[in-house]
Design a protein around this ligand. Structure first.
Ligand code: MG
Length: 445
């Protein structure tokens, strides 16, 4: 069980090695207990291990006397929204998200549709690490199926965009769902929006034709098809469709942070307000917000930090540079499906091809490195940098961020691997690379 990764945000591991049904039963029971043995919804993405883990989660919850709602296979944002809609006490999402096929994970949802806050996650682990008594035969919980999560999500998305205007454009769209849960909803959304859809990898069988992380290097097939079909745009999801990456009409995959940049520009144009993102997201977002006189607030890395601050501050949009856009009108959850609808409305409104819209965004270059190093070594780096820089050039929100006129570099201990992550951004690739090397030199000193 050594390499099972357990953190307040959930549990993940390699199926059959670290993540086995027994672990899922116990986690489900711990979560049922945390939610006071209430009603719990359970859903999953399409991975081949999901059936096994869904039944394990049912078993754990039923043994505690919980009522269980089986949502079946759905995208993570559909499950989060359904938890809120059904007014149940919580939800369990079984998804390995963008990780390779051998991985799977559990994420836990609060009654308001957000993931557990870190302090609740800590409580969950405390319960998990202690014996949890189970109920007698006459108090075992009940289970029923509810297959309306996708319809509910679609309805909500269609309410926030101008469907008729988009329909008139008759967009030609190619969608790559990586045979994940997005295959069950995004083609329906595109049909509703009057698009002519070419489906690529839209069989929801969990057999991934390429790595499920929607980064440009994994989207060669989608790029080719967009170009060959002369489509207006291409979209790619990860396995649970909370993320979205865009391919331009020229068949070029845009870097994943463009999804947040484009949707933010569209939203701020409609209604000005606060934008929230994490400390590692591109500074291009600040520039986009400044075009409208708006502010960007940054949080620690982790979607719960972004969602919870957005809710607290009433932000109009937020998300992460990985293609995870959070639209408060729908839910405080990363939602790759809703992002499709917003982007099509943006294209409709601007009446320009997506490559032209992308070209007008501020250009930055990001370099990401990881170094094998311990967290003790990280403390030394922190001390050294404190001695070298004045306060206003350093941020300790999450790790250390050094800000210079030309860009920034962020050094942080990974929460999931025994490495230190170094991310640098500047106006040129050379400058970003120089920043990263500067930081690496200090780490190794
Ligand atoms: Mg995901």
């Amino acid at each position: 069980m050594k390499s099972l990764i357990v953190s307040p945000s959930g549990v993940r591991g390699i199926v059959g090695k670290d993540l086995v049904p027994e672990v899922v039963v116990k986690f489900a029971r711990a979560f049922g207990k945390l939610m006071n043995e209430g009603k719990i919804a359970v859903g999953s993405d399409t991975r081949t291990s999901n059936e096994m883990f869904r039944y394990a989660a049912f078993s754990g919850l039923l043994s505690l006397g919980c009522e269980v709602v089986d949502l079946g296979i759905c995208p993570t944002p559909s499950i989060q929204l359904m938890v809120k809609h059904l007014r149940v006490q919580g939800g369990i999402v079984i998804t390995g998200s963008h990780n390779p096929v051998e991985w799977n994970a559990l994420k836990f949802v609060r009654s308001d549709g957000l993931f557990l806050y870190p302090e609740e996650g800590k409580k969950l682990l405390e319960i998990y690490n202690n014996p949890i008594p189970q109920v007698s035969w006459d108090k075992i919980g009940t289970i029923f199926k509810d297959s309306s999560a996708i319809d509910n999500h679609l309805r909500k998305i269609l309410k926030v965009v101008d469907r008729e205007k988009i329909r008139k454009k008759k967009f030609k769209v190619v969608l790559d769902a990586c045979n994940g849960a997005g295959a069950l909803i995004s083609p329906l959304l595109l049909n509703e929006l009057g698009c002519e859809v070419t489906k690529v990898n839209c069989t929801p069988n969990g057999i991934f034709p390429h790595s499920p992380e929607p980064v440009p290097s994994n989207l060669g097939e989608l790029c080719r098809i967009v170009k060959n079909e002369e489509a207006d745009i291409g979209f790619a999801h990860d396995a649970d469709a909370d993320r979205l990456t865009v391919v331009s009409e020229k068949g070029k995959a845009l870097s994943e942070d463009y999804t947040l940049l484009l949707t933010t520009r569209f939203i701020l144009k409609k209604s000005k307000g606060l934008v929230v993102t994490n400390v590692c997201t591109t500074y291009a977002l600040d520039e986009v917000a400044r075009e409208f006189g708006c502010e960007v607030i940054r949080t620690k890395v982790g979607d719960i930090w972004v969602s919870s601050l957005m809710k607290e501050k009433g932000a109009v949009i937020g998300g992460e540079g990985n293609g995870g856009v959070i639209i408060p009108q729908i839910n405080y959850a990363r939602d790759g499906i809703a992002a499709i609808a917003l982007l099509l409305e943006y294209l409709t409104q601007e009446n320009k091809p997506v490559s032209q819209l992308a070209d007008t965004l501020p250009q930055y270059f990001m370099v990401k490195k990881k170094l094998r190093a311990s967290s003790a070594c990280f403390t030394r780096i922190e001390q050294r940098l404190k001695g070298e820089f004045e306060k206003e050039k350093l941020s300790f929100l999450d790790g250390v961020k050094v800000k210079k006129k030309e860009g920034w570099v962020h050094i942080r201990v990974s929460g999931t691997e025994p490495v230190i992550r170094v991310i640098a951004e500047a106006k040129s690739k050379l400058e970003a690379e120089k920043f990263a090397q500067w930081a690496i030199k200090r780490i190794r000193e």
